[in-house]
Design a protein around this ligand. Structure first.
Ligand code: HEC
Length: 428
């Protein structure tokens, strides 16, 4: 069922066509039955095994975060009116976003709904809203058209996915698009990030666009250098943080969010495009009377074209370099690093570096996620094979020059100790 509870006034007008790949067989995004942490939570609510407690100030938000295992310390705050509940978002009342490895939760002050994007291993991002009025039967309503409009566009690599943007916002939170805007991921230089977002943390001499409210478009100095927005550790001068679950919009949480959102989009693209390619191949084999397991060069090429960018991204190819130490203000980094898993020497992909790059061992922890592990076998095999080639030091081409021999060896050893489904050749 398509349910669109909210009509948004759009800042961006992405192009959505009826021929969206993800609506084709066998994906059929709108018709398919999702299977992710939200659908599993809903089943528990329906069976009465679990109840969501209503909070008088924040509605269902705290209970949803607990039930979905999303840490409060992941809170980041965005004040540009770039998303759905536009009228609720402004520099004095930013939107809060919380996330875990497979979940994103959005909250607006006095918002009608909690907004959720769940990572679904087969479908990419699946969207839900939860009504913020108290009820006996809280229900996560699946939302399609009203979200896909932005979340299934060129901003998300044309799959149902996640967005992080950096804009120049005025005192109402309106994005001034004539000054430019950036789609943000791990490769975005520091000085282009966080326009329209609050940022708490320290970062030395590096500049960024966070905490910047444009009051005068001709003030070139402020727009270019953002002197007041740097190294901010307390947001009280901007708005009243007491009305949020925490007073932070943590710098490290933001950097992890930016890594992760794009990684999820690339995983979703690899899964969806491979499912389509295999389906096309099966039809062709049938038509030409070929054996069912025949895989043509064209199909192989289609799979490779989505696997290669994923490998590069997961190994942090093209990551923007840090030139000074960065530090957040909340417990996010500690909470995140604690989760492990760790190898025999105690090392983990979740350990931070924070002086020259984000992580100490540049390989994404999302290799442990359900979405990665449930990619179709052919594409996952390709990803594993390429990662192995890079890690055993054979491949210095294709943008892996940032990995030293020590990095490669450490990542290889960590993966061998912490992943149980690696192909046999990884063990030799
Ligand atoms: C007008 C475009 C637009 C629409 C429509 C929209 N979003 Fe978003 N959404 C954004 C942007 C842009 C961001 C990035 C953060 C920001 O700028 O607020 C975002 C971020 C999010 C996030 C944080 C992580 C992520 O997935 O990017 C969630 C959760 C989310 N939106 C949920 C929803 C849901 C649920 C709907 C539909 C009910 C929806 N959004 C509709 C533009 C939109």
């Amino acid at each position: 069922m398509r349910q669109v509870a909210i009509v948004a006034l759009l800042v961006v007008s992405p192009v959505v066509t009826a021929s969206d790949d993800f609506e084709r067989t066998p994906v059929r995004y709108s018709q398919a039955t999702p299977c992710n942490s939200v659908s599993r939570l809903q089943a528990k609510l329906d069976s009465g095994k679990l109840k969501l407690t209503y909070h008088k100030e924040h509605g269902y938000l705290p209970a949803v975060l607990t039930a979905l295992n999303v840490p409060t310390s992941s809170q980041t705050l965005v004040f540009s009116k770039t998303s759905l509940q536009r009228s609720r978002i402004a520099p004095k009342s930013p939107r809060a976003i919380y996330f875990s490895d497979d979940m994103y939760v959005g909250f607006c002050q006095a918002g009608q709904v909690v907004e959720i994007s769940a990572v679904d291993p087969k479908l990419g991002a699946v969207f839900y809203t939860l009504d913020q009025h108290e009820t006996d039967r809280p229900t996560f309503e699946r939302q399609i058209d009203g979200c896909i409009l932005c979340h299934g566009s060129s901003q998300t690599r044309n799959v149902p996915g996640h967005i992080v943007r950096s804009v120049y916002a005025d005192k109402w939170g309106e994005a001034i698009l004539s000054l430019g805007s950036t789609r943000v991921d791990q490769s975005t230089p520091f000085d282009r990030r966080w326009g329209g977002w609050y940022v708490t943390g320290t970062h030395g001499k590096q500049s960024h666009l966070g905490n910047l409210v444009i009051r005068n478009r001709n003030d070139q100095e402020t727009i270019a250098n953002n002197p007041e927005g740097r190294n901010v550790t307390d947001l009280k001068t901007f708005f009243d943080p007491a009305s949020y679950l925490t007073p932070h919009s943590d710098l490290i949480a933001l950097m992890v969010l930016e890594h992760q959102a794009e990684a999820h989009n690339l995983i979703a693209r690899a899964t969806i495009q491979t499912r389509l390619a295999l389906h096309d191949q099966a039809l062709l084999n049938k038509e030409l009377g070929r054996s069912a397991d025949e895989v043509s060069e064209t199909t192989q090429r289609r799979i490779k074209s989505v696997a290669e960018p994923l490998v590069r991204y997961l190994l942090f190819g093209g990551e923007a370099k840090l030139t000074d130490k960065v530090q957040g203000t909340s417990a996010f980094a500690t909470d995140f690093a604690k989760q492990g898993p760790r190898d025999k020497k105690g090392r983990s992909l979740r350990e931070f570096d924070l002086t020259k790059r984000l992580f100490r061992y540049p390989c994404s922890y999302l290799v442990y996620s359900e979405a990665f592990r449930e990619m179709p076998t052919v594409v996952r095999d390709h990803v594993y094979q390429r990662m192995h080639e890079v890690l055993i030091d054979r491949d210095y081409t294709g943008g892996f020059g940032h990995l030293s021999s020590d990095d490669r060896r450490a990542i290889l050893e960590i993966l061998r100790d912490t992943m149980d489904d690696l192909p046999g050749y990884w063990r030799q």
